[in-house]
Ligand binder design. Structure first.
Ligand SMILES: Nc1nc2c([nH]c(=O)n2[C@@H]2O[C@H](COP(=O)(O)OP(=O)(O)OP(=O)(O)O)[C@@H](O)[C@H]2O)c(=O)[nH]1
Ligand SMILES: [Mg+2]
Length: 314
């Protein structure tokens, strides 16, 4: 089968809207929307190919770009590697230079457009932030203060962990947090059941993930419009997460951490190899801080998840 390496871009404007283009009706996956881009040519670097394609297709010059998600997909007629970068700065006015319709859409509108089958994780990656805060075990007032501080500092995805609370106290705290901050951030909650509040997403432990994948076929336990994520510790669990249809995963522990001193860390190289074979946005967790974001992106991750590394940061 033909194998091709495609560079594509999630391009953002100053209001964080994303540019999508419509593929010509007679092209492969014709009539569907796409992230602009095209095939890497022999001798080109990934960034060079991206710059050339976006210049040809949209008439823009890329100033700043970084890897967002890199995945492989088998269509019946070809095998593609979709190597998607986020473009945060460019010059020129983006337009359909090859006559294709283009549109700036919000993250919120993105899921309502029809994309090729390979694009589902890219749409999730485009909607997710690069930092994922997990709350530490501390008193409720401290949790609330810390969340407010984090949101003010630009954090928009938060997992309420609180292993010190029993289920009643945990649910009461979740309710309080959603009431206060539900409009300003996305909250991922834990538990045996999907969170009752439909604004919240559900984060599965690796044990829950394994149990849900035991009886085939695994079925996604939450509707598509709510976020579903899972904790993974190895390649097998990442594969299970894909099969279950989660939106994103957290892979840990990357480095040694105080919260799990007994676990043996994956290290950057092994994590990178695992992400090469994964079709999900994945946050790396374990001993990381905001300073590790570039390394995480280069390893193929969505970004970093952290408790201490993102809590009470200036
Ligand atoms: N650019 C782009 N291609 C995608 C996306 N999703 C997806 O499955 N593809 C597939 O990846 C391949 C990209 O090729 P392309 O048609 O953009 O390549 P190109 O710009 O070099 O075009 P050309 O071959 O006409 O010169 C196609 O098979 C297309 O169906 C996407 O979001 N953006
Ligand atoms: Mg193209």
């Amino acid at each position: 089968m033909r194998r091709i390496h495609v560079m594509a871009a999630v391009i953002r404007d100053a209001e964080r809207r994303i540019l999508i283009a419509k593929r010509p009706d007679d092209a492969h996956q014709g009539g569907l929307w796409e992230f602009p881009g095209g095939k890497l040519e022999p001798g080109e670097s990934r960034l060079e190919a991206l710059q050339r394609e976006l210049h040809e297709e949209l008439g823009i010059t890329v100033q700043q770009a970084r890897p967002l998600i890199d995945l492989q997909h088998n269509y019946p007629d070809k095998h593609i590697r979709l190597d998607v970068w986020e473009v945060s700065e460019f010059t020129g006015t983006a337009h359909g230079a090859e006559g294709q319709p283009v549109r700036w859409v919000t993250e919120h509108q993105l899921p309502s457009y029809a994309f090729p089958a390979a694009n589902q994780p890219i749409v999730a990656a485009a909607r997710l932030p690069q930092r994922y805060l997990i709350t530490p075990d501390c008193a409720a007032t401290e949790v609330l203060q810390g969340i407010e501080h984090a949101i003010d500092a630009g954090i928009s995805l938060i997992q309420l962990r609180q292993t010190q609370l029993d289920i009643q106290d945990y649910e009461a705290l979740c309710e309080q947090v959603l009431q206060r901050y539900g409009a300003r951030a996305t909250f991922m909650l834990k538990g045996d059941q999907p969170p009752a509040d439909r604004r919240a997403g559900w984060h599965l432990t690796s044990r829950q993930l394994r149990a849900m994948c035991e009886q085939p076929p695994p079925t996604r336990p939450l509707p598509a419009e709510r976020w579903l994520s899972a904790s993974c510790h190895d390649a097998e669990e990442l594969q299970m997460a894909e099969r279950l249809g989660v939106d994103f995963a957290v892979l840990s522990p990357l480095l040694p951490t105080a919260s799990h001193p007994e676990a043996s860390p994956l290290g950057w190289e092994q994590a990178h190899a695992m992400l090469n074979n994964c079709r999900l946005p994945v946050y790396l967790l374990g001993g990381l801080t905001g300073d590790d974001l570039a390394a995480a992106h280069n390893a193929g991750a969505q970004g970093i998840a952290a408790i201490r590394g993102l809590w009470n940061q200036p």
